[in-house]
Design a binder for this molecule. Structure first.
Ligand code: RM4
Ligand code: MN
Ligand code: MN
Length: 412
């Protein structure tokens, strides 16, 4: 018996329990999907410049094609998040083209992301801008995104607002709250039944003094104010250092306001690194809060799991596969927590045993179980290796290098 097996048996108690653990992981993985971001396949950079990758996607067609490759090897990514200005530059007119691509690559359009931060008009904000004509422009764009989402049969519209100010005294913070309340209420009225508006918060950048939707409390209140189909989106990179993200998740679950995640990792700010690369325990703790909630309430939390990473040095597709596999690993570990036992230990304030129950699940090596699960589902046991040996990367590098040499312009 290998050390890993012995560990597993010790933790699980006996062989029967070990089989149970495998079953629990398999069942959880069958239901676990994670959405990919179209912009994560394109050349992106820092504010200092872009480092071009000759294989990066340059068109919406290439983004769909790359996302399909990730789905083929992982089986966990049936949807692609779209950023309207980058992917549907003509808005609604581009819908038929996207529908064709979705069909061709067997990838469904996922969340629709408005872009209310890139155009010159948004220099002083979008929905929070003091100029009513700019606010109208932003609201109209988001309304078009709602229509795009309906036409594409996608569920979530997820705006991120760069709105804020850079110097004290330069903007009326309370007035801008009012503009957001008014604008979001109007947008909410356009939602079809079942559609959702997910509000994303971020503490700073590009605004460095105040950001209009800076944290989960502001996003929560605005979501509540706008209507019952609005929820909060947690981007794991959008917090101050040392903030307890899983506590935010627990609150949002408790309030039935947890709408979705943008997963990535970070060391300093909104670094958009691959998942779990800096702090693997963090993502496990988030999944644990969700699984514990589901166990306690005997419900399934209706949460959109999405990736929002755009690292500029790692190969785009490989980085995405790495993140998806990491997400599966942390999720699988979270379902291994013995909730019944943990709950009793928490009640008794058995600190060390409670913590060890959590840590015990975190330190399980779930990779052999996940490999078995993949095999049983007709998926490659090692998605990264499967991608590498597929020849896809070599082909797209040949096909795209010329185009990538000539791109310098937009962020994605
Ligand atoms: C923001 C935020 C949004 C993403 C943009 C590109 O920081 O994370 O979700 O759409 O970046
Ligand atoms: Mn995000
Ligand atoms: Mn971000």
């Amino acid at each position: 018996m290998s050390t890993t097996d012995m560990e597993a048996n010790r933790w699980n108690g006996d062989f029967a329990m070990k089989d149970k653990a495998v079953e629990v992981v398999w069942k959880a993985l069958d239901k676990f999907n994670i959405e990919l971001p179209s912009w994560g396949f394109a050349n992106t950079g820092t504010r200092f410049g872009k480092f071009m990758q000759s294989s990066a996607a340059t068109t919406i067609e290439e983004k769909f094609s790359d996302a399909a490759q990730v789905h083929v090897v992982t089986g966990a990514c049936p949807t692609l998040a779209l950023h309207v200005q980058w992917d549907l530059p003509q808005g609604l007119k581009d819908v038929p083209e996207v529908q064709k691509l979705a069909k061709r690559f067997a990838i469904r359009p996922g969340s629709i992301n408005p872009n209310i931060f890139q155009n010159q008009e948004y220099k002083y904000g979008s929905v929070g801008n003091p100029d009513p004509s700019i606010r109208r422009l932003a609201i109209c764009h988001i309304l078009e995104c709602v229509a795009i989402s309906s036409a594409l049969g996608s569920r979530d519209v997820s705006p991120w607002f760069a709105d804020g100010s850079n110097y004290p005294g330069t903007q009326n913070i309370r007035k801008r709250i009012g503009y957001f309340e008014e604008g979001l209420r109007e947008i909410h009225t356009a939602l079809k039944p079942g559609q959702r508006l997910l509000l994303e918060y971020k503490p700073f950048e590009p605004a460095f003094y105040h950001t209009d939707i800076a944290d989960w409390g502001m996003a929560f209140l605005l979501a509540k104010e706008s209507g019952p189909q609005s929820f909060v989106l947690v981007d794991t990179g959008h917090h101050y250092q040392a903030q307890n993200i899983e506590q935010i998740v627990a609150w949002l679950l408790h309030q039935k306001m947890m709408g979705g995640f943008h997963f990535n990792d970070r060391r300093y700010a909104d670094d958009d690194l691959t998942l779990g690369s800096i702090d693997p325990y963090q993502i496990f703790r988030i999944f644990h809060e969700i699984k514990m909630f589901e166990w306690e309430t005997q419900t399934t939390a209706d949460i959109a799991y999405m990736v929002d990473q755009s690292h500029n040095l790692k190969g785009k597709i490989e980085a995405m596969i790495q993140t998806v596999c990491a997400a599966q690993e942390f999720y699988a570990r979270a379902v291994l927590v013995d909730h019944d036992r943990l709950s009793k230990l928490q009640q008794d304030c058995s600190l060390i045993d409670a913590e060890e129950t959590l840590r015990g699940a975190f330190w399980q090596d779930v990779r052999p179980t996940i490999r078995e699960w993949r095999k049983s589902r007709g998926l490659p046991e090692d998605p990264l290796q499967a991608f590498r040996s597929s020849g896809y990367l070599e082909r797209i590098t040949r096909e795209r290098s010329e185009k990538n040499r000539n791109t310098t312009a937009s962020y994605a």
